[in-house]
Design a protein around this ligand. Structure first.
Ligand SMILES: Nc1ncnc2c1ncn2[C@@H]1O[C@H](COP(=O)(O)OP(=O)(O)OP(=O)(O)O)[C@@H](O)[C@H]1O
Length: 284
């Protein structure tokens, strides 16, 4: 499902004395089936942007097209259920939203809310618990007896259980250990390979380099760059103005360049860095 922002401005408390601009004239296309990363400094407008994709927020001016649906300032809060089913959102620290007595009931909540039968929702819960790397024995446990990382997985399973076409992730791996992070990110990449559109807010540039097909950089509510990761990380204007940091491999490559290594291109992933170094050492 393609998502298009056309001149979207969002002002918080637009009519009040404490009005603040969350988005400022943003035009952006999030392409169907791709993994798009949204990056930018803290407070730049990333969460404000993605909350328009399921109409949790509406533009103060401009429009957002989500598939065939158009959201603008006049859009009613009624009839948004089908949109909310199409666009699943994993908020920051989603485990704080777990509330049922068992993991199974928590995962079933979304599908039942969107009209699934009890049996269909149970089947979904069984599938999704495995998808997030836990076994079926967890279904009968209380979510509150799980570790933080396990709770996070259950919360993600709850969003995936409704089978959304587009999945919005607001820093989904914050606070997880490195192995857990990679497992969860690999799972999202797998979902994309199976046809989902993924939108990821992240401060982790290694995740951008490793997983994203497209990157949008937000600063002070404005879209200041949009393109392939390799092009974004070669954008010296962004780097020199501290609007972006580099993935670790690229940082390391820059240090090696100062020691006389020369790279045919800036390596942004560990694999690319390894290939470049091998070529250098072999004199290719
Ligand atoms: N509910 C709100 N009421 C008023 N202003 C808000 C509200 N939510 C966000 N803002 C303001 O909008 C701007 C963008 O905030 P937003 O949360 O979208 O940034 P962000 O890039 O997601 O930040 P972070 O990386 O810290 O999560 C900030 O100036 C913020 O103070």
């Amino acid at each position: 499902m393609e998502i298009t922002f056309e001149h979207v401005t969002h002002s918080y408390n637009a009519d009040g004395p404490t009005a603040s601009l969350g988005l400022d004239d943003v035009s952006l296309t999030i392409k169907d089936g791709l993994f798009t990363a949204i990056v930018g400094q803290t407070g730049s407008g990333k969460s404000t942007l993605v909350r328009h994709i399921n109409a949790l927020l509406k533009p103060t001016s401009g429009i957002v097209k989500i598939g065939s649906r158009v959201i603008d300032s006049e859009t009613s809060n009624k009839n948004l259920k089908s949109l909310r089913k199409q666009v699943g959102m994993v908020f920051q620290f989603p485990e704080s939203q777990l509330f049922e007595e068992t993991v199974e009931k928590d995962i079933m909540f979304g599908p039942i809310n969107f009209g699934a039968t009890e049996d269909q929702a149970k089947e979904s819960a069984q599938k999704m618990i495995q998808m997030v790397g836990l076994d079926e024995s967890y279904l009968s446990k209380s979510p509150f007896d799980l570790s933080g990382g396990q709770m996070r997985r259950v919360a993600i399973a709850g969003v995936l259980a409704s089978d959304p076409e587009t999945i919005i992730l607001d820093e989904p791996t914050a606070g997880l250990d490195p192995v857990g992070r990679q497992e969860i990110m690999d799972m999202f990449k797998g979902l994309q390979k199976n046809g989902k559109t993924i939108v990821l807010i992240t401060h982790n540039m290694d995740d951008v380099a490793n997983y994203a097909d497209d990157v949008a950089v937000i600063h002070s509510g404005k879209l200041i760059a949009n393109g392939l990761p390799k092009d974004i990380f070669n954008n010296n204007d962004l780097l020199k103005n501290d609007l972006l940091t580099l993935p670790k491999s690229a940082e390391f490559a820059k240090k090696l360049s100062q020691k006389g290594f020369s790279f045919s291109k800036l390596p942004i992933t560990i694999d690319e860095l390894g290939t470049e170094i091998k070529q250098q050492l072999n004199g290719d």
